[in-house]
Design a protein around this ligand. Structure first.
Ligand code: NAD
Length: 489
């Protein structure tokens, strides 16, 4: 039987003006099920003319939608949330099929989407505006208006949730939207559109244009699109940020990550080992908040031993899904091989893993590597797989010092029983989220988690302020955002 005969889903179509339509270029890319390695569908590689069509449909819908009272607009998301919950079985199955994550992770993802709707439903209260009486009979008013037509470009790792980071909020606030899902996981987006239509969203408010680089470039260049939200790798985040802002759009671009966990010798061994392993192996390590570097302070061997036992008991295919593609598997395994050649100790080796009956799946077993040094590539670059490297440090200051040198800055955490150590890490770690676990009676504390901020290679730009490239450059003086970065090429 040829690959074409085994294809499970018909060719995917763009969704424009409330209808699934053919795309203009006639070009497609195969979509794979990462657990089996087989082709399950084909995704359109849309051209600029498809983006034009989507923008036209959004423009047509915008006057009616933006003038609908916000209290009525959010009713769509009350209903959409109920539909996500109603269809959680089939939505989770689709996520598992196109992305590979196991059922419990896929369900958690869909439930997160439902939670995101809850936030959007609170927007009438949050965006109420202000009135200041500045003189007799004279008022200054702060009112919120939709930006217009906005675009959301999403990555492969959360096909249901990351589109729902933007759809409920942007649309509830009166904007019309073009969604460009990852070409690796294009199936969930169509179901999201169908459920929103069932929830009562008018045609043209949400449009989906599938594709890759050419489609994204057309979005960045289109004069009808006012703002772009991008989530993906740092390399592409910078491309989208530069190209979008040079066309005077608002752009918020979220990039890659390398998250450090500091483990102190006093950390509670059972809880710490379980959580460290869960953080590195959940969604096969393909999460921007996954920990990938453990800074083991002092003698933490008793914790590492427990981690080894837990990791050895995990069964790929049951407890951990595949990575997204054959290329990702090869890339992750090459990082492990390079670290081994440079003298690191492989405690548990996930290379070459085969799941019985799914021999063509892209599985990498959970991997633990000890005695990694901060100068190794595996300690510095985003691996995006189920791999934890362990770097030894003599004290907490040395551990935080390694974290501070990272070019990324999504999250840093510390496991300790000491409130003083927790505070030190929260005050000194260079990450958007600094988290202390099990200190002062088990409290978790976020240092800061601003939604809009420029931060190292993990985040640039803003959708709230109309920053152009020039203003950003002046504000932060970081030419690296605009100049090609050797590490990204
Ligand atoms: P990616 O950058 O390869 O793709 C993201 C999007 O960009 C896709 O829609 C893709 O079609 C498009 N794209 C790819 N190459 C392009 C190019 N050359 N020009 C224009 N557009 C292009 O990212 P990915 O592999 O899908 O996702 C994984 C990455 O996303 C990881 O780096 C991860 O850390 C990051 N991520 C970050 C966050 C966060 O909140 N910071 C959240 C999730 C994922």
């Amino acid at each position: 039987m040829s690959a074409i005969e085994t294809i499970k889903y018909p060719d995917i179509r763009n969704y424009i003006g409330g209808t699934f339509v053919e795309h203009g270029s006639g070009r497609y890319l195969d979509v794979f099920n990462p657990a089996e390695g087989n082709v399950i569908s084909r995704v359109p590689l849309s051209a600029a003319s498809d983006v034009d069509q989507a923008v036209e449909a959004a423009k047509k819908a915008f006057p009616g939608w933006s003038q609908t009272p916000i209290k009525e607009r959010v009713q769509v998301f009350y209903r959409f949330k109920a539909l996500l919950e109603r269809d959680i079985d089939s939505l989770a199955r689709l996520v598992t099929e196109e992305n590979g994550k196991i059922d419990s992770e896929a369900r958690a993802e869909v439930l997160k989407s439902a939670e995101l709707c809850e936030f959007a439903c609170s927007l009438p209260q949050i965006t109420a505006g202000e009135v200041l009486e500045v003189s007799r009979g004279v008022e200054c008013r702060v009112e919120h208006f939709p930006v217009g037509i906005v675009a959301s470009i999403t990555p492969f790792n959360f096909p249901n949730m990351v589109p729902n980071w933007t759809i409920p909020n942007a649309i509830a606030l009166g904007n019309c939207m073009i969604l460009k899902p990852s070409e690796l996981v294009p199936l969930s987006a169509g179901r999201i559109a169908e459920l929103l239509r069932e929830a009562g969203l008018p045609d043209g408010v949400l449009n989906i244009v599938h594709g890759g680089q050419e489609t994204v470039e057309a979005i960045c260049d289109h004069p009808g699109i006012e703002g772009i939200s991008f989530v993906g790798s740092t390399k592409v985040a910078k491309i989208v940020y530069r190209r979008g802002t040079s066309n005077f759009k608002r752009v918020l671009a979220l990039g890659g990550a390398k998250n450090h966990l500091i483990v102190m010798p006093d950390a509670e061994p059972e809880m710490t080992s379980t959580n460290v392993v869960a953080s590195m192996s959940g969604c096969a390590g393909q999460r921007c908040m996954a920990a990938s570097v453990m800074m083991a302070v002092g003698n933490s061997d008793h914790i590492i031993e427990r981690m080894v036992n837990i990791v050895k008991s995990m069964v790929p295919g049951t407890h951990i899904g595949p990575v997204i593609s054959a290329e990702a598997k090869a890339r992750i395994e090459s990082y492990i091989t390079e670290a081994e050649k440079m003298g690191a100790t492989i405690l548990v080796d996930g290379r070459g893993y085969k799941v019985k009956g799914k021999e063509n799946g892209y599985y990498v077993g959970p991997t633990l590597i000890d005695h990694v040094t901060p100068d190794m590539r595996i300690a510095q670059e985003e691996v995006f797989g189920p791999v934890m490297v362990i770097i030894r440090a003599k004290d907490v200051a040395e551990a935080v010092g390694v974290q501070q040198k990272s070019r990324y800055g999504n999250a840093a955490s510390v496991f300790t029983e000491s409130g003083g150590v927790a505070r030190y890490v929260m005050e000194n770690a260079s990450a958007l989220a600094a988290l202390a676990i099990r200190t002062c009676g088990g409290r978790s504390t976020f240092k800061e988690f601003p939604l809009e901020r420029l931060y190292r290679d993990s985040r640039c730009g803003s959708l709230m302020l109309p920053w152009t490239a020039e203003i950003c450059l002046e504000r932060i003086g970081r030419e690296s955002l605009y100049e090609p970065d050797e590490k990204d090429d």
